[in-house]
Design a protein around this ligand. Structure first.
Ligand code: ATP
Ligand code: MN
Length: 463
């Protein structure tokens, strides 16, 4: 007997086909002389309806076991469905119950549960419609990302998770240590003696793979990283995780205009791919979660992003006839409310803001001739605010050294990074995209904890 995935049966199954399915019972309806069960194997939002006649061997005993959550294997023949709501259904010939699920204790009964409650059963929530849809779309986003870069000849490079450079997000790093915390070795002046630690120096979980991606771009021209990153930031918001995934392309022989072009083409590609491959899931989000999800996707795919400089953005914000909570003035960073005003209200589409003041941006961003701004860009999306942050990198050794010192760091600590500017330096650029923010944006899910299977946040790492 051929085993088939339910998504394929619903899409293209034909009457009279004999086949086998395996999955979990979503619902059961007992009628006189026969019963229906809905079986879901995770391959699609919709479940397959199975009809069981009372002439099946052991009918009564089996029906009793087929409660919501039970695992089953069914063989049978596809028949056109008499009822509304499905084209085809499976007429069971054999039914095998693998594991029962006690209706008294199984928490996922047929009613709507809040996302807060579902977070407390992280090991079971993937069996719900919402999380099924989220994780299929998450998978499609990841596939689209690899496809986009691979088609363009980018090399996927694996940057380290354990790193010794702490220059990026001081204060937000998780320490990595092999030291016995009950008996920490100390130096003469009572500091932790990292010389005795596993790596002989302090190490951390990475906050970004960018510096290492730059190393690889200086050999392979175009590369990208796609992996987990970590922030020990104690921000309990709906947009921050302690462990999240980041996509970071890096291109040699590329300036900021090329970087913006790539980022725009990238977002368009991912949205298009997800709409094409997950239409039912996207329809579900539009109906149940946020009724602007489909129009937003359409907006991204079909409109050119609005490009403007930070200086222009500031003067538009100063002229705006809305009252902002945070002040607007040249030199201050844009807050979420400002970003959303630009994208949602003013331009009504994604906006790329470039050329930010050097003072509010990282040391590696390329200083412009005005010496006041750097070649940085952020992509701001309606509803979300910043979704991508990128820049052209400083490729001039002397300028980079000055910027490192100006930010209170030691050039010696970054000796290998500076070597890239000593040997065969080229203009280069890249960006970073928070993968979960993208999935949130795509699905309309309000809380970032609900777009990653096992969220890590302050005081929470249960599953
Ligand atoms: P924010 O201001 O929202 O905290 P950030 O300025 O700290 O973001 P970057 O350091 O530029 O962000 O990181 C690159 C991208 O990673 C961001 O654009 C965002 O999409 C994502 N990101 C940053 N911090 C987190 C986090 N704690 N959880 C999930 N995604 C994050
Ligand atoms: Mn942050």
């Amino acid at each position: 007997m051929v085993k088939r995935r339910i998504v394929e049966i619903l899409r293209s199954g034909q009457p009279d086909e004999s086949l086998l399915i395996q999955g979990w019972v979503r619902t059961k309806r007992e009628l006189k002389g026969f019963s229906f069960i809905e079986v879901n194997d995770g391959s699609s939002l919709a479940s397959l309806q199975v009809v069981m006649n009372q002439d099946l061997p052991d009918y009564e005993a089996i029906i009793k076991k087929l409660n919501t959550g039970a695992s089953v294997e069914v063989t049978g023949v596809l028949v056109p469905s008499q009822g509304k709501g499905q084209r085809i259904e499976l007429k069971a010939e054999t039914v095998k119950v693998y594991g029962e699920a006690d209706p008294e204790t199984y928490p996922l009964q047929k009613k709507r549960h809040s996302y807060e409650f579902l977070r407390t059963i992280g090991h079971l929530r993937s069996r719900t419609n919402s999380f099924g849809a989220v994780f299929r779309v998450r998978n499609a986003c990841a596939t689209a990302i690899h496809q986009f870069f691979q088609e363009r000849g980018f090399l996927w490079v694996h940057t380290p998770i354990i790193t010794a450079s702490d220059c990026e997000g001081a204060g937000e790093l998780f320490n990595v240590t092999g030291l016995n915390l009950k008996d920490i070795p100390r130096t003469e002046n009572n500091a932790v003696d990292y010389a005795q630690d596993f790596f002989g120096r302090p190490t951390y979980l990475t906050v970004s793979g960018q510096l290492e991606a730059e190393v690889m771009a200086m050999a392979f021209s175009n590369v990208y990283t796609f992996g987990p990153t970590f922030r020990a930031e104690n921000s309990n918001t709906s947009r921050h995780l302690a462990e999240f995934w980041m996509v970071e392309p890096e291109m040699a022989f590329c300036d900021l205009d090329g970087d913006m072009d790539l980022a725009e083409a990238f977002l368009k590609h991912v949205f298009k791919y997800v709409l094409e491959t997950c239409p039912e899931d996207m329809e579900f989000f539009n109906q149940r979660i946020d009724d602007t999800v489909l129009s937003t996707a359409d907006n991204i795919i079909n409109n050119e992003f609005q490009r403007l400089t930070y200086t222009e953005a500031i003067s538009l914000l100063e002229k705006a006839d809305v009252k902002f909570e945070y002040p607007v003035s040249w030199g201050l960073d844009l807050q979420s409310e400002h970003e959303r005003y630009l994208a949602e209200q003013l331009f009504k589409k994604p906006v790329i803001v470039c050329d930010y003041p050097a003072k509010i941006k990282a040391f590696y961003m390329r200083l412009s001739d005005d010496e006041k701004t750097v070649r940085a860009m952020d992509i701001l999306a309606p509803k979300i605010g910043e979704i991508i942050g990128g820049s052209q990198r400083e490729e001039r050794l002397d300028v980079l050294e000055k910027r490192i010192i100006a930010q209170g760091m030691q050039p010696e600590d970054l000796w290998w990074y500076l070597d890239l500017r000593r040997y065969g330096t080229v203009p280069h650029a890249g960006f970073g995209l928070g993968f979960e923010r993208l999935v949130q944006f795509m699905t309309g899910m309000g809380n970032i904890r609900d777009v990653i299977p096992f969220p890590r946040t302050p005081q929470s790492a249960e599953f």
